[in-house]
Design a protein around this ligand. Structure first.
Ligand SMILES: [Zn+2]
Ligand SMILES: [Zn+2]
Length: 357
């Protein structure tokens, strides 16, 4: 049963009482943190406590006499202090952009996206390439406008595409510059299929961001597999997120792997995951130059959305023997990348019309 109290800031807060599931005694609040409170069962007769005491070796029992705080033997409960329901249905947001109003031919749009997203060129470099290589005069602001418009159109397709997924996922955070400040990009991908499933930008590296990232993955699964697992770095926010979902009856393994994001070596098992994480780091952090910083929240979200569309549907992946993670035959048959971008946009529009019908 769910033991959480949402809307903790409402007037019922003072009346919220948490009881130990093992002995039914009232739990005592022992810690207040920014994101959660910790409650403890202090009843010496609690069966949970008694069972843990019995399980101790003789040596452990001696240590316990000396330093009882070093042992976690009493029942603990975390009350998370934010309003979030797992797997809540989200309203379908329809983009307010009309692509037919863009004063560009589909091929020009496809070229711009190829330079800007696939090749990671800045908006100014893209505008220069369009002029110097193709003789098309557009401003760098127009490049950004195109990117924002296409991102809005393509996001529902990227987010709600019926992906075929494994039960193994991997996530990490990387930095991204928004309005002159560093933000975190939380991303999650299928560790087997190499499909990116969550890509949220947050000003904080906090538990709620980790919860939302995991929720983005869970809501794409038709049913929750028994062997559901997440490979992440050593950040405790993922363990807290695991606690949060467990309180809502959703359980999964969290494997914390040190070295996913730094110079430390990782075992062969995790090397393909590390490669994807490094690719994201290169794209969003390593490539950072003043022109790559985003002037507004929308700009960074747009670029990340387009990059994920490229990553899932257009970019051949070495760990998949040169296949793109999601193979769409209509795209594969096309002769070049600008044509694939154009087709992907058309498919995203058809997808929206289908959803609306
Ligand atoms: Zn709850
Ligand atoms: Zn108890």
């Amino acid at each position: 049963m769910c033991q959480c109290r949402f809307n903790h800031r409402n007037r019922f807060t003072k009346q919220a009482v948490f009881r130990c599931p093992h002995c039914k005694k009232t739990l005592e609040k022992i810690k207040e943190r920014k994101e959660y409170n910790i409650y403890k069962c202090k009843n010496n007769a609690c069966p949970f406590y008694q069972a843990n005491l019995r399980r101790m070796t003789k040596k452990e029992r001696q240590q316990f006499q000396q330093d009882p705080q070093a042992f976690k033997v009493r029942y603990l409960f975390r009350e998370f202090l934010f309003d979030f329901l797992p797997l809540a249905s989200s309203s379908l947001i329809k983009p307010k952009v009309d692509l037919s109003r863009l004063a560009a031919s589909p091929h020009v749009l496809g070229l711009v996206l190829t330079y800007y997203v696939n090749f990671g060129m800045s908006s100014r470099e893209t505008a220069a390439a369009m002029k110097d290589i193709h003789g098309v005069s557009i401003s760098h602001q127009t490049v950004l406008n195109y990117a924002n418009s296409v991102a809005l159109w393509i996001k529902p397709f990227v987010d709600r595409f019926p992906y075929e997924l494994s039960g193994s996922f991997c996530g990490d955070e990387t930095y991204i510059r928004v309005k002159g400040r560093w933000h975190y990009l939380f991303f999650m991908f299928d560790a087997v299929k190499k499909i990116v499933l969550s890509y949220r930008v947050s000003p904080n590296r906090d538990t709620l961001s980790a919860i939302k990232a995991i929720d983005d993955v869970l809501r794409k699964l038709a049913s929750l597999p028994d062997d559901l697992s997440f490979v992440v770095d050593g950040n405790p926010i993922y363990l807290l997120a695991q606690h949060f979902f467990a309180q809502h009856g959703i359980s999964f393994d969290v494997r914390q792997v040190i070295g996913l994001t730094n110079e430390d070596p990782v075992s062969e098992e995790f090397r393909p995951l590390k490669q994807i994480i490094e690719r994201f780091n290169r794209t969003f952090k390593g490539n950072y130059r003043p022109t790559h910083g985003f002037g507004a929240e929308e700009g960074s979200v747009s670029f990340v959305t387009l990059f994920v569309a490229y990553f899932n549907f257009l970019r051949p992946h070495s760990a998949l023997e040169g296949r793109v993670p999601v193979v769409i035959p209509e795209l594969a048959d096309l002769p070049h990348m600008p044509a694939r971008w154009t087709k992907l946009i058309a498919m995203a529009q058809a997808f929206l019309q289908q959803e609306a019908a």
